[in-house]
Design a binder for this molecule. Structure first.
Ligand code: GLU
Length: 423
C-alpha cells in the first residue's frame, strides 16, 4: 500500500511550491489507491505559529487536498524522537554533547535511488556528524523527519529538490536503525520568469494570495499539476479526476518548471466557463458578497460568465454596475466621447431611453435601432459612446443587456452626469 506524506512547516502561508508538493503527493496517493498523510513539522517553536498552521489547513481544504491521516504534529512527538535518540546512544552510534545527542554518521558512500533524478551517489565521509536532538530538547529536522517517515511507514517521499541535500543524512538514520528506506522523488523547483526560484520579488507566492486574486481551487490544481509534470498528450485543461487518472511519477521532469501567470489565467477562465450558472453564481456570491438581490445577481452572472478569467475581474465588472461613481477610462473617453456630435447623440438618446417602459433589452434595442435610422448614423456611432458613457469602458457585455441590468435610473443619471461634464 502506497503511503505518502506532505510535511509543511507552519512558518508562513502555504507557498505555491509547497502546494505543488502536496498536490503531487495527493495525486500519487489517489492514483495508487494509497494513503495521503498530513504532518505538520513544527519542531521549531520559535518560527512556527498557530496562525500559519490554521492557514495551511484552510488552504488544503479549499484546494480539496483532503488527507486520509493526520494532521500529526511533530511538536507532540518529542518523546518518540527522544526514545529513538536513546537507541542511538545505547548502540554506541551517537554521543552526547551537553544535552545534545549527536550521530556519528558512518564514513561510507550512500546511493540515493531517486525516481526523478535516477541514482545519486553521496560520500558521507564528507559530511559532519548529525545532530539528532538539540540541547534544548527538540529534535533536529533531519532526525524528526526520518523517524516519522519510518514510524508512519512512508513508502514514497515526494518533495522539492531543495531536500536532495538532506536525503543522504536521512538515509544514514535509516541504515543505523536497520529500517528500509522509502523511495524518493525529488521534484523540480518552480521558477519565476527570471528563471530563479519563485520568490516574493515575482509577486504573489502564497496560495492565499491566489485565492484573493480570484483563482478557483480547481484551476490551481489543474495548473500546478502541469508544473513539472505533463500527461504526455498535450492536454492542459483538466479536472482533478482526469489528472489523477493520468498521473505518474515517471513523467515528472528533472528540470525547473516556469510559473506562467498568463497560462494560469487562461486555465482559470476555462474552469470558470465549465461551471454551471448555478455554480458560478454561488462562487461569485461567496467572492463578492454583494448587497443586491439574488435574481439580479444571477442575471449579471449570466451576462459575464463567459467573459471573465478571474473572480477579481468579475468583481470589477460588478462594481461598474453597482458603484455610483463611474471610473472613466481615459483612452475610451478620448476615442469615443470627444468627438463631434457625440453630445447631441447622447442627449437625444437619453431622452428616448427615459421614455422607454418597461426598460427591457428588447425595447431598448428597438428604440436604439429606430434612432440610428432617424439620425442617419451608424449603429457604432451610438453604441460606442453610449457604452463608454454608462460603463466608463470601451468593452462590456452586450450593451442592451447591460442597460437593462443597470436599470433606467442609473442609465439616465450616468448619461446626465457625463453630458454635464462634456458639454
Ligand atoms: N518540512 C519540510 C519543509 O517544509 C519538508 C520536509 C520533507 O518533505 O521531507 O520544507
Amino acid at each position: 500500500m502506497v503511503r505518502v506524506r506532505f510535511a509543511p512547516s507552519p512558518t508562513g502561508h502555504l507557498h505555491i511550491g509547497s502546494v505543488r508538493t502536496a498536490l503531487f503527493n495527493w495525486l500519487y496517493a489517489k492514483s495508487q489507491a494509497g494513503v495521503f498523510i498530513l504532518r505538520i513539522e513544527d519542531t521549531d517553536q520559535k518560527r512556527s505559529s498557530d496562525v500559519y498552521m490554521e492557514s495551511i489547513l484552510q488552504d488544503m481544504k479549499w484546494l480539496g487536498l483532503n488527507w486520509d491521516e493526520g494532521p500529526y504534529f511533530q511538536s507532540k512527538r518529542f518523546d518518540l524522537y527522544r526514545s529513538y535518540a536513546q537507541k542511538f546512544l545505547e548502540k554506541g552510534l551517537a554521543y552526547k554533547d551537553g544535552e545534545a545527542v549527536i550521530f556519528k554518521i558512518p564514513d561510507e558512500k550512500i546511493k540515493i535511488y531517486d525516481l526523478v533524478h535516477g541514482e545519486i551517489e553521496v560520500d558521507n565521509a564528507l559530511i559532519d556528524d548529525l545532530v539528532l536532538m538539540k540541547s534544548d530538547g527538540s529534535p533536529a529536522f533531519n532526525f524528526a523527519c526520518a523517524i516519522d517517515d519510518i514510524e508512519m511507514q512512508i513508502t514514497h517521499v515526494i518533495r522539492g529538490d531543495d531536500h536532495i541535500s538532506n536525503t543522504n543524512k536521512q538515509l544514514a538514520v535509516y541504515n543505523a536503525l536497520g529500517a528500509k528506506p522509502p523511495k524518493f522523488a525529488h521534484i523540480p523547483l518552480i521558477l519565476g520568469p527570471d528563471k530563479a526560484p519563485l520568490s516574493k520579488r515575482f509577486g504573489a507566492v502564497s496560495i492565499t494570495d491566489y485565492r484573493a486574486m480570484g483563482y478557483l481551487p480547481q484551476a490551481m490544481i489543474n495548473y500546478l499539476s502541469l508544473l513539472g509534470w505533463a500527461p504526455g498528450d498535450n492536454k492542459e485543461f483538466m479536472g482533478a479526476e482526469e489528472v489523477i487518472k493520468k498521473f505518474s511519477l515517471k513523467r515528472i521532469n528533472k528540470t525547473g518548471a516556469e510559473f506562467n501567470l498568463d497560462k494560469l489565467r487562461w486555465i482559470n477562465g476555462e474552469h470558470i466557463r465549465k461551471l454551471t450558472l448555478d455554480e458560478f453564481v454561488k462562487v461569485g456570491l461567496d467572492f463578492i458578497k454583494p448587497e443586491c438581490g439574488e435574481a439580479w445577481f444571477r442575471k449579471f452572472a449570466e451576462l459575464y460568465h463567459g467573459r471573465v478569467k478571474t473572480l477579481v475581474e468579475f468583481k470589477e465588472e460588478f462594481n461598474i454596475f453597482i458603484s455610483d461613481d463611474v471610473k472613466y477610462n481615459e483612452e475610451a473617453v478620448e476615442k469615443f466621447l470627444k468627438k463631434d456630435k457625440v453630445s447631441d447623440i447622447l442627449n437625444i438618446t437619453k431622452k428616448r431611453l427615459e421614455a422607454i417602459e418597461p426598460f427591457t433589452q428588447g425595447n431598448i434595442e428597438k428604440e436604439a435601432r429606430a434612432l440610428v435610422a432617424e439620425l442617419k448614423i451608424e449603429s457604432a456611432d451610438l453604441i460606442h459612446p453610449l457604452r463608454v458613457a454608462v460603463t466608463g469602458k470601451s468593452v462590456s457585455a452586450g450593451i442592451f443587456e447591460v442597460l437593462e441590468l443597470l436599470g433606467k435610473k442609473k442609465v439616465i443619471a450616468r448619461l446626465g452626469s457625463i453630458l454635464n461634464k462634456t458639454t
